[in-house]
Design a protein around this ligand. Structure first.
Ligand code: GLU
Length: 440
C-alpha cells in the first residue's frame, strides 16, 4: 500500500492549477463548477474475476476500470497489474490520463484500469486466463468511441491481444442477437478499442518505444529553454518498458546514463552504462544488480550497486523517475542533486516534494507532459485502425516529435505567462482545453 494517497496528491495539484486559472481572465464559463466535476470520476467499474489456477483451484481477483472524464473524447488509459493497485491509485491515474491527453491535445479523455495482482507469481496460462476474464468483464463499458484501454505497468501487447479477442467475441454475440455479422472493417474498428497491440495485430509502429522517445523530445525542448547544455548525465529509476527505452534514447542522444535501477535495486557506473547490454544482463540474471555493463563487456570493477533511494540522490544532471508513484517525497526531495527532473512514471513526485524542489530551483518536467508520448502514439494507433491505415515508423516518429514539441512549448509558455512551475503550467494548459470542451 502507498502510504501517500496518490488521489489526494492529484487533487492538490488540481487545486493549485484551479487557483491560477481562476485568477486569469480566461473565458471558460463557470470555472469553479466545471473544476468541481474533475474532483471525482464520472464512472467507476469494480470487477471480481474468478480465475482457474494451474492446480485446479479458483482464485478471485479484484479489478477496476475508472472512467474519469470524457469531455474531450473517449476515455483513454492503460491497465496496470500490480499488487499495490487500489481504487484511489486507479482514480489518480485516470485523472492524470485526462490531463495528459489534454496536454498532448488529443481528442481523448481519461480512464485507467488495474488488477490487484503480482503477475510474477502467475504462470503464463494463469496470466492469460486472468487477462481474458478482465477483458470480458469490462467489455460492456469499453469501445472505440467509449473507452480505449492500453498497456501500463506489467501489461503489454500480448495481454492486449487476449483482451481484444474477448471484446470482439462479446461484440459478435451482440451482433448475432441483432441478426448482423461483423465485416472485416467492423472488426478492425473494434480492434481500435485497445491500443498498444502487437504490430501483427493492428498495433502501431513505434508504440512500444513511444513513451521513452516522447520523453527525450520533451526533455530536449525544455533543456533548451533552461539553457542546460554540455555533456549531461542521467540516472533512471525503473527499467521496465518506459525506463529502459528512455535510457536507450538518452544514451543515443549523447546524454550519459550513469545509473539505472529496477524494483530490487540498481547500479551506478560513473563512466556510463550501455542500456541495451544492461537489459541483456538483467534478462540473464532476472534482476539488475551486478550488471555493471560498460562498452561491450560487463565489467564488475567499474560500477557499484545502489539502492533505489541512493539512485535518486546521485550527483547527475537529469533525474528520471520511471517506476511508480511517490518516489520523490518530502523525505528525500531535499537530497536531490540533479539540475532537472524528468518524470517518466505517473505521479513520482508528491506535492510536498514539488514545493521543496521548486524552492531548490530544480525544475520538474511533469509526468502529464514528459510521458505523454505513449498515449500520443496510442492515439495514432486508434486513428490508423479507424482509417484502416498503417503508418511507417518514420511517419509515426515525425508526428510524435511535432506533438511533443507543441506540448512542451505550450507548457513552457504557460509557465512564463502565469509565473508558475511546469506542473501547474501543464495543468493549466490541460484545464483550459478540458473546460473549453465542457458544457456549462
Ligand atoms: N499507460 C500509459 C500512460 O500511463 C499509456 C496509456 C495509453 O496509451 O492509453 O500514459
Amino acid at each position: 500500500m502507498n502510504a501517500i494517497n496518490p488521489f489526494e496528491s492529484a487533487m492538490k495539484q488540481l487545486a493549485k492549477a484551479h487557483k491560477v486559472l481562476a485568477g486569469s481572465k480566461k473565458k471558460l464559463g463557470n470555472i469553479d463548477q466545471k473544476v468541481a466535476r474533475l474532483r471525482e470520476p464520472q464512472r467507476v467499474i469494480n470487477v471480481t474475476l474468478p480465475v482457474m489456477m494451474d492446480d485446479g483451484s479458483q482464485r478471485l481477483f479484484q479489478g477496476y476500470r475508472v472512467q474519469f472524464n470524457n469531455a474531450k473524447g473517449p476515455y483513454k488509459g492503460g491497465i496496470r497489474y500490480h499488487h499495490n493497485v487500489s481504487l484511489d491509485e486507479v482514480k489518480a491515474l485516470s485523472f492524470w490520463m485526462a490531463m495528459k491527453c489534454a496536454v498532448a491535445d488529443l481528442p481523448l479523455g481519461g480512464g485507467k484500469g488495474g488488477i490487484i495482482v503480482d503477475p510474477k507469481t502467475l504462470s503464463q496460462g494463469e496470466l492469460e486466463r486472468l487477462s481474458r476474464a478482465y477483458g470480458k468483464a469490462i467489455a460492456d463499458v469499453i469501445g472505440p468511441d467509449t473507452d480505449v484501454p492500453a498497456p501500463d505497468v506489467n501489461t503489454n501487447g500480448v495481454i492486449m491481444g487476449w483482451m481484444v479477442e474477448e471484446f470482439i467475441a462479446s461484440q459478435k454475440i451482440k451482433a448475432k442477437v441483432l441478426g448482423k455479422t461483423l465485416t472485416k472493417k467492423d472488426i478492425l474498428k473494434l480492434k481500435s478499442t485497445f491500443t498498444g497491440k502487437a504490430i501483427t495485430n493492428g498495433g502501431s509502429e513505434g508504440r512500444e518505444e513511444a513513451t521513452g522517445l516522447g520523453g527525450l523530445f520533451v526533455l530536449q525542448a525544455i533543456i533548451k529553454k533552461l539553457k542546460l547544455s554540455g555533456k549531461l548525465t542521467a540516472a533512471v529509476q525503473g527499467f521496465g518498458n518506459v525506463g529502459y527505452n528512455v535510457a536507450k534514447f538518452l544514451e543515443e542522444a549523447g546524454i550519459m546514463v550513469v545509473a539505472v535501477s529496477d524494483s530490487k535495486g540498481g547500479i551506478y557506473v560513473p563512466e556510463g552504462i550501455n542500456p541495451a547490454l544492461t537489459l541483456d544482463c538483467k534478462k540473464k540474471n532476472g534482476y539488475l544488480a551486478g550488471c555493471y555493463c560498460s562498452g561491450s563487456v560487463c565489467d564488475l570493477k567499474k560500477g557499484r550497486q545502489v539502492t533505489n533511494n541512493e539512485l535518486l540522490e546521485l550527483p547527475v544532471d537529469i533525474l528520471v523517475p520511471a517506476a511508480l508513484e511517490n518516489a520523490i517525497t518530502a523525505e528525500n526531495a531535499g537530497k536531490v542533486k540533479a539540475k532537472v527532473v524528468l518524470e517518466m512514471a505517473n505521479g513520482p513526485t508528491t506535492p510536498e516534494a514539488d514545493t521543496i524542489l521548486y524552492k531548490k530551483g530544480i525544475p520538474v518536467i511533469p509526468d502529464i507532459l514528459s510521458n505523454s508520448g505513449g498515449v500520443t502514439v496510442s492515439a495514432f494507433e486508434w486513428e490508423q485502425n479507424r482509417k484502416a491505415a498503417h503508418w511507417t515508423k518514420a511517419q509515426v516518429n515525425k508526428k510524435l516529435a511535432k506533438k511533443m514539441a507543441d506540448a512542451a512549448g505550450a507548457v513552457w509558455e504557460a509557465s512564463v505567462m502565469y509565473k508558475t512551475d511546469l506542473r501547474t503550467a501543464a495543468f493549466v494548459v490541460a484545464l483550459e482545453r478540458i473546460l473549453a470542451s465542457m458544457k456549462s
